[in-house]
Design a protein around this ligand. Structure first.
Ligand code: FEO
Length: 170
């Protein structure tokens, strides 16, 4: 069954949000590079790859369903702070927003009774729980660290260990 036009539009809008997320993390990566926090740079690099995979998962899905891809302009990202803790507060806020948008795409799937899309979107719902948990964890550590530079450098070392695993989204 061909994809409903309203469903198709919700996916195309979400593809744009995922690319915006990649763009936002690209900006944050540059910011951390300027601060010489290379573990944070690595964390952002992995995050960027994840966002690209999220966008591509939906892009492929729309095409598989015989839909049409519309690529909207990507908004200019802005940093809302400069310290690591401020940046991670912004990330958590952003990921909570992305979760609300995924919920919206789910609501559209519900409305047009697209069971295949609902099943596909389950992966994204679970992914958002992980994203918020992961970001919330780093943020909690940063809040504990406060002004302790030594502790910040040890967190930086830990974040350098993060690796990207290409997700299977289907
Ligand atoms: Fe694609 Fe970070 O959510």
């Amino acid at each position: 069954m061909a994809i409903d036009k309203k469903m198709e539009q919700a996916f195309n809008e979400q593809i744009n949000k995922e690319y915006y997320s990649e763009y936002l993390y690209m900006l944050m990566k540059a910011h951390f590079a300027e601060m010489n926090l290379n573990g944070f740079v690595n964390w952002m690099n992995v995050q960027m790859q994840e966002e690209k995979a999220h966008a591509e998962g939906m892009y492929d899905y729309v095409l598989r369903r015989g839909g049409h891809i519309e690529l909207y302009a990507i908004d200019k990202p802005e940093l809302k702070g400069s310290t690591p803790v401020e940046i991670f507060r912004q990330i958590l806020e952003h990921e909570e927003y992305v979760t609300s948008r995924i919920n919206h795409v789910m609501d559209v799937a519900d409305e047009v009774k697209d069971r295949a899309a609902l099943s596909f979107l389950n992966w994204y719902i679970k992914e958002q729980v992980e994203e918020e948990e992961n970001v919330g964890g780093v943020l909690a550590t940063l809040e504990l660290i406060g002004e302790d530079k030594q502790a910040l450098l040890s967190l930086d070392k830990e974040l350098a260990q993060r690796i990207f695993n290409q997700p299977v989204i289907e």
